[in-house]
Design a protein around this ligand. Sequence first.
Ligand SMILES: C[S@@+](CC[C@H](N)C(=O)[O-])C[C@H]1O[C@@H](n2cnc3c(N)ncnc32)[C@H](O)[C@@H]1O
Length: 229
Amino acid sequence: MDPEFWHARWAGNRIGFHRDAPLPLLTAHWPSLGLATDARVFVPLCGKSLDMVWLAGRGHAVLGVELSELAVRQFFEERGLAPRIVDGPAGRHYSAGPFELIVGDAFALAPSLLADCAGVYDRAALIALPPDLRRTYAGSAWHRLPPGCRGMLVTLEYPQTQKAGPPFSVGQDEVHALLDADWHVACLERRDILAGEPGFIADGVTALSTAVYRLERHDTSAAPRASVD
Ligand SMILES: C[S@@+](CC[C@H](N)C(=O)[O-])C[C@H]1O[C@@H](n2cnc3c(N)ncnc32)[C@H](O)[C@@H]1O
């Protein structure tokens, strides 16, 4: 997706992906990762997600990255927080309390910025990207997270021929193809959600599921890998 696509979505407030409550799948499955509650959690393509607020409520520090400065500003305004704003090589950092959100490109973050992230949470990030960018994303943001990092990935699965993304359908085979080189991947749950998604039904989609994966980063630092680094 072109960055302008997302800037236009935020400028026009066409943000149907934004939820006004934490994702129930997050609250149900996150504790099973067994992360220390003070672990720092990376949230790529974060928007102004309330999932970050839930993670902070558990004690986590949150590092988000988001293309849209409007989204980042709204996140802090809606919390009544006055962030400190500092420009850096990765973009403009907005920080307040447990939150540090970078206005920048998730594909361009240096490994040193992610080095202290022991957790990662992806909801509506991988599935927001078309196939070529999904490969770039896995080979950059995910590849640069440190060994031992644990996380959760939430995907959608539906017949892609019935609807154009985003959100895109990303099946289990593709999740493994994208991440197995660096991550141990285990599917925790797959749930039929079609009945609760009238927009998909109206578009003619006949089957829709969401899947939740648990991920743990191998130590592949010594192994060669074709990546976009
Ligand atoms: C579908 S939204 C999901 C937002 C959030 N994860 C949520 O659950 O509400 C995808 C977000 O990714 C942002 N985005 C797209 N490409 C990006 C990139 N390369 N780097 C950082 N953010 C990006 C968009 O601006 C948009 O806010």
